[in-house]
Design a protein around this ligand. Structure first.
Ligand code: PEP
Ligand code: MG
Length: 578
């Protein structure tokens, strides 16, 4: 076996050594895990239930769609799906696979689908050959049902040494892996601050994106080393390379153990400035990791993840329960809930009827723009957040604001949500703080309007960089242009912090820059005292804060305004970090 290396963009540091598991088409990215022999019966029952639910779904569609004006072919199309669904090759064989391989039902189903699709490919009759698309559609229906009702939590074991290799993964795909413990991730495409990368980072395992052709070059079960810190993947390493990386892995885990001693230590700089180090989370399940890493609050709860990987939209009660569990879990520490930022690379299946195909989704109806266009959904969420504010220190954060009218409309919606709760006698914190994300250059240039109307601000550097430099954060072909140290980006961040300080409005950074140790002193030197990041980064950033003289960093950063040459800027950064 030849050994070779692949280069990409490391989005989550550390070293993993494991076997490759190739995952195929994005819509069918399903997890693969083994189940205990005692759980085989339950897993088969889960599969049977999912098939029954799809049967009911098809019956329902038949009843509602085949009468009246529906085209006649529709009935025939549903009949074909019914036949495929009830054929033993699809409704029985996966169960045998579950029993034989002791694998989860999703994996058994996809394996069987691949067998069937291959058989269809050999058929001469083009009409029959095309029916393979129907098989895939029926499988997708069953998968959706299965994913809505997850199986038993994976036992520790095989997965810990499994490295997922995919062409592309959506943020919704990756979030599902939070239930599993894969050793690392590789994808062919993706930018360093794409939401896929962000979620991969939150899994606290090494990840390398933009490898271009890993999915093609790597074969199932090959031995891989993923070095997320140095942006490299080594396929089929020889013995000496393997030994070297095992050594490095050992050193890293020692370093992690050392950092754990800092958990309860306050994040105070050498010259006595207290810094808030808060956590970014996607789901209530991230609370444990947040507490384990000693966060002083939650600076960003990306609430849109409650809308992904599910049938329909989460109800007010469901959202409320999620927010309340986090508010209570943080025991009085601040919990900043961002109103949902759907659109662009995060699409909820329940919004299919509302979503329009946008020619340029990152500049389209995303985040608060979408919320204001769909006030019913927005109000539902605002009521849920407000209700949760009764159970802890909740703050509301609104993404992608750009204009005064958006701020005013949002404030009016919050007032309306409060009024409706008051009328119903439902308790909430009437003084709940309302903040805005600074993610668009225009918001910095017109920041006084934000400062007058909002209680706090949080700079979303991931989007601020994307919109300042006109570089799609999810597109690996331009990832070399995505530069947090571009003088324009730094000036915008500096301007926002200085303006907020003058107006005495609290300001934080919650983009990925906040979790990068080499940028900590730069941000502190610009006057920042609140950083929010993935829980996995909290301790290394705390270590950085503890060794920073902020007065010195401020003096050095004052020079930054005069520098527009990247080489001089990087020298300044070296000096800061020396
Ligand atoms: C950001 O844009 O920096 C941010 C924190 O929000 P998101 O990454 O979810 O767009
Ligand atoms: Mg953003």
């Amino acid at each position: 076996m030849t050994s070779f290396a692949l280069h990409g963009v490391g989005v989550s540091g550390g070293i993993a050594i494991g076997r490759a598991q190739l995952v195929s088409h994005a819509t069918l990215e399903v997890a693969h895990y083994t189940i205990d022999s005692g759980n085989v019966g339950a897993e088969i029952a889960r599969f049977d239930n999912a098939v029954r639910e799809v049967q009911r779904e098809l019956e329902g569609l038949h009843a509602t769609m085949t009468g009246g004006d529906a085209p006649a072919e529709f009935g025939a199309f549903l009949d074909v799906h019914w036949m495929i669904l009830t054929d033993p090759t699809l409704s029985d064989t996966p169960k045998k696979i579950v029993a034989e391989q002791r694998c989860n039902a999703e994996w058994a189903l996809v394996q069987q689908m691949n067998v069937l699709v291959e058989q269809f490919d050999t058929i001469d009759d083009p009409y029959l050959r095309e029916r393979k698309a129907d098989v895939v559609q029926v499988v997708e229906r069953i998968l959706k049902r299965l994913l809505g009702k997850p199986g038993p939590v994976t036992p520790a074991g095989a997965e810990q040494h499994t490295i997922l290799v995919a062409h592309d993964l959506s943020p919704a795909d990756v979030i599902q892996f939070k239930r599993h413990r894969y050793a690392a991730f590789l994808t062919d495409v993706g930018g360093a601050t794409s939401h896929t990368a962000i979620v991969a980072r939150s899994l606290a395992v090494p990840a390398v994106v933009a490898t271009h052709n890993a999915r093609q070059l790597i074969r199932e079960n090959e031995l891989l080393i993923v070095d997320g810190t140095n942006n490299v993947v080594i396929v089929n390493p020889d013995k000496s390379v393997l030994a070297e990386y095992r050594l490095k892995q050992g050193e890293l885990s020692l370093e992690r153990a050392r950092l754990r001693r800092l958990i309860t230590k306050p994040a105070t700089s050498i010259d006595g400035v207290e810094i808030e180090l808060q956590a970014n989370i996607e789901l209530p399940g991230d609370l444990l990791q947040t507490l384990e890493n000693g966060a002083s609050g939650i600076g960003l709860f990306r609430s849109e993840f409650l809308f992904l990987n599910r049938e329909g939209l989460p109800s007010e009660d469901e959202q409320f329960e999620a927010f309340r569990s986090v508010a209570e879990g943080m025991r009085g520490k601040p919990v900043t809930i961002r109103t949902f930022d759907l659109g662009a690379d995060k699409q909820a299946s329940g919004l299919e009827g509302l979503a329009r195909v946008a020619p340029n989704p990152a500049l389209g109806l995303r985040a608060v723009r979408f919320c204001l266009a769909e006030p019913r959904l927005f109000l539902t969420q605002l009521r849920a957040i407000l209700r949760a504010s009764h159970y802890g220190k909740v703050k509301i954060l609104v993404p992608m604001l750009v204009s005064v009218s958006e701020i005013d409309q949002t404030l009016a919606m919050i007032a309306q949500a409060k009024e409706s709760l008051r009328e119903e006698g439902i308790p909430f914190d009437s003084g709940v703080a309302i903040g805005g994300m600074i993610e668009i250059p225009a918001a910095v240039l017109a920041i006084s309007a934000f400062l007058k109307r909002l209680d706090f601000l949080s700079i979303g550097t991931n989007d601020l960089i994307q919109y300042t430099l006109a570089v799609d954060r999810a597109d690996d072909t331009v990832s070399h242009l995505y530069d947090p140290l571009h003088p324009a980006v730094l000036r915008l961040i500096a301007m926002a912090i200085a303006a907020a300080d003058r107006a005495k409005v609290p300001i934080a950074v919650c983009g990925e820059m906040a979790g990068e140790a080499r940028l900590t002193r730069l941000l502190l030197g610009l006057g920042l005292t609140n950083l929010s990041m993935h829980p996995a980064h909290l301790l290394s950033i705390k270590q950085r804060v503890l060794t920073t003289d902020i007065a010195r960093a401020r003096v050095l950063m004052a020079r930054m305004h005069r520098i527009d040459d990247p080489v001089r800027l990087s020298k300044l950064l070296d000096k800061l970090n020396a």
